[in-house]
Design a protein around this ligand. Sequence first.
Ligand SMILES: CC(C)(COP(=O)(O)OP(=O)(O)OC[C@H]1O[C@@H](n2cnc3c(N)ncnc32)[C@H](O)[C@@H]1OP(=O)(O)O)[C@@H](O)C(=O)NCCC(=O)NCCS
Length: 140
Amino acid sequence: MNGAISYVWRDPITDEEMVDLVLSHGGNAEPGWWPKVSEHSLGWVAARDGEGVLVGFVNVAWDGADHAFLIDTKTRGTHQRRGVGTALVRRAVDHARAAGCEWLHVDFEPRLRGFYFDACGFRPTDAGLIHLPSADEGRR
Ligand SMILES: CC(C)(COP(=O)(O)OP(=O)(O)OC[C@H]1O[C@@H](n2cnc3c(N)ncnc32)[C@H](O)[C@@H]1OP(=O)(O)O)[C@@H](O)C(=O)NCCC(=O)NCCS
């Protein structure tokens, strides 16, 4: 199965393809999201099957220098648990390195520790997060 899948850096993806991919894994698809986000991306990896159907995606955002951020990893619902996600991330790592980045960050839900730590090779680190819409305005 995996042998028939191609992985291409910065392969053009239409908004319709992205919406279809997100719906395929039960996500909340937002039309117009990808054209907006892609303008700020260092690059992304698109996985396509032998017929050109988008079966996986991962985006790499960055600070323009040393730090890159892996975000929005997605595998089509019908193609999960076949190594597509791991292959997407491996290529994203290679391209971030080739672009001169030193660090690749990621955050995720606890249920995906096995995917990011064991399958993809990230190591645990301290990190922090603020959900800005619910942050306390009165503290400023
Ligand atoms: C997370 C996701 C991208 C993984 O893609 P995938 O192509 O299925 O991943 P792989 O087949 O390369 O998985 C490799 C290993 O990671 C772990 N893993 C993968 N998906 C997992 C999941 N949903 N829960 C727990 N462990 C998981 C498993 O150990 C797996 O090996 P195994 O199949 O031999 O048990 C996919 O489940 C997905 O698109 N989920 C919906 C969107 C999402 O939540 N994205 C994450 C954003 S941070």
